[in-house]
Every structure is written in structure tokens, then in C-alpha cells.
Design a protein around this ligand. Structure first.
Ligand SMILES: Cc1cc2nc3c(=O)[nH]c(=O)nc-3n(C[C@H](O)[C@H](O)[C@H](O)COP(=O)(O)O)c2cc1C
Length: 208
């Protein structure tokens, strides 16, 4: 058995291109893969507020936490444990204002801490999560390379690549559903371009 964590980042559910692309992938997974679904807009994520931030700095400094900080930090640990339990990750993320939706950023801020998801080493960062990832992007426009150069407005892919590297998730395969707000309208037109690739990637997961 292997475990896959599906992180759904669009609130649009059935209307969402990224969620529909994720469903194609999930439907093609081998039988032995168990799927944990984290719907970020339904998850009621805790705030990473002043108390949580104080707890983080105290933990980093080896100082004791007060009860409110203990409570905030226990929620962080639970989310980190859930994240690290996976062998594989599927992240389905819309582009919002050139980057990722704020709920994904909130989740990343909640689970990314030294000693929990990475360790600073003299020669760089050691990621503690492990596993590999497929990341699906959906974008109203087109953000592929221009004249052989990365699109400077794409803050989605470079950011998620950097974060996944930090926490030790590798390799990362990206699949983009682009031009979703441009004609021709209709999900099928957009999804047909990625359907075969998504099924191939899912079939390549080891079901144990
Ligand atoms: C708040 C918000 C911001 C958006 N910002 C961008 C953007 O910067 N660039 C872009 O191409 N599309 C943008 N869009 C369009 C979405 O990327 C597009 O509709 C995509 O298909 C959404 O993913 P989903 O279908 O999985 O929900 C934005 C949509 C919303 C709701």
C-alpha cells in the first residue's frame, strides 16, 4: 500500500479545472494507493496568528510554550504529521493573481518549520517530508516559457517548486491546464490536452 495526499486548492469544486484534472489522475491510480483528500477551502485551517508565531519562535529558541501556544502548536504538529504521512502528493492549484490561492499559502505557512518539515544544514536545507509530487496548475491565461525564458508573471510554479524542494519532495512533475478563461469555452477542450499525461502519471505510481 502507498498513501497519496490530494491537496485541492480551488473552492470551485465541480466547476474547477484543476479539480477536474485531479479527478482524472485519481481515477487512474492503481488499486493499492490510498488517497487522503485535503480540501483546503473546507478544512477550517487554523490561523497562523500572533500566538502561533510566538510558539514557532519559542520552539526554535528551545523555550517553553504557554498553554495558548501549546494549543496553537499542537494544531501545527497535527497538520505536519498529516502531510508527512504521505508517500505521494497531488496538488491541484488554480492561479490566483499570478500565484497560489491564499488557502494554499496559509497551509504552507502552517506546516513549514525547521525541525518539522526541513532542517537547516551547513550545506543547505534538508527536507523531511520525502515522497514525490504531481502538481496541476489551472490558469486563465498562458504562462508557458516565452522566447525560451520562463514567464516572469508565473509566480505559481517557481514558488511551489522552491517550497517542495525545501520540504524534500522530489521529483515534482507539473501539468498545466492553461487558457481556461479564453475561448473555446468548456472544460473538455482544456482537459483533453492533459488527460493522457495525467493517466500515465497516475499509472506510474507504485501501489505497493
Ligand atoms: C481570485 C482570482 C484571481 C485570478 N488570477 C488570475 C491570474 O493572475 N492569471 C490568470 O491567468 N488567471 C487568473 N484567474 C483565473 C483562474 O486562474 C482560472 O479561472 C482557473 O481556471 C481557476 O482554476 P480552477 O478552475 O481550478 O478554479 C484568477 C481567478 C480568481 C478567482
Amino acid at each position: 500500500m502507498s498513501a497519496l495526499l490530494y491537496i485541492e486548492c480551488s473552492p470551485r469544486r465541480a466547476d474547477s479545472f484543476s479539480s477536474q484534472a485531479a479527478a482524472i489522475y485519481l481515477d487512474a491510480l492503481p488499486k493499492g494507493v490510498t488517497v487522503e483528500h485535503l480540501d483546503l477551502f473546507a478544512a477550517n485551517l487554523p490561523e497562523f496568528d500572533a500566538v502561533a508565531a510566538a510558539a514557532k519562535y519559542k520552539v526554535m529558541g528551545g523555550k517553553p510554550l504557554n498553554p495558548a501556544e501549546e494549543s496553537a502548536w499542537s494544531k501545527v504538529i497535527a497538520l505536519v504529521d498529516g502531510f508527512k504521512a504521505a508517500d505521494h502528493y497531488l496538488i491541484a492549484a488554480p492561479m490566483w493573481n499570478f500565484g497560489v490561492p491564499y488557502k494554499l499559502k496559509q497551509y504552507i505557512d502552517l506546516i513549514t518549520h525547521p525541525g518539522l518539515t526541513f532542517i537547516p544544514r551547513p550545506d543547505g536545507m534538508e527536507g523531511l517530508a520525502g515522497g514525490d509530487a504531481v502538481v496541476i496548475y489551472s490558469r486563465g491565461g498562458n504562462y508557458g516559457p516565452k522566447d525560451g525564458q520562463p514567464d516572469p508573471y508565473d509566480h505559481q510554479s517557481p514558488y511551489l517548486q522552491a517550497w517542495l524542494e525545501l520540504v524534500g519532495v522530489s521529483p515534482v512533475v507539473e501539468v498545466a491546464v492553461e487558457g481556461t478563461m479564453r475561448p473555446p469555452a468548456g472544460a473538455q477542450n482544456r482537459l483533453d490536452g492533459v488527460r493522457v499525461r495525467l493517466k500515465e502519471l497516475a499509472a506510474g505510481i507504485d501501489g505497493g
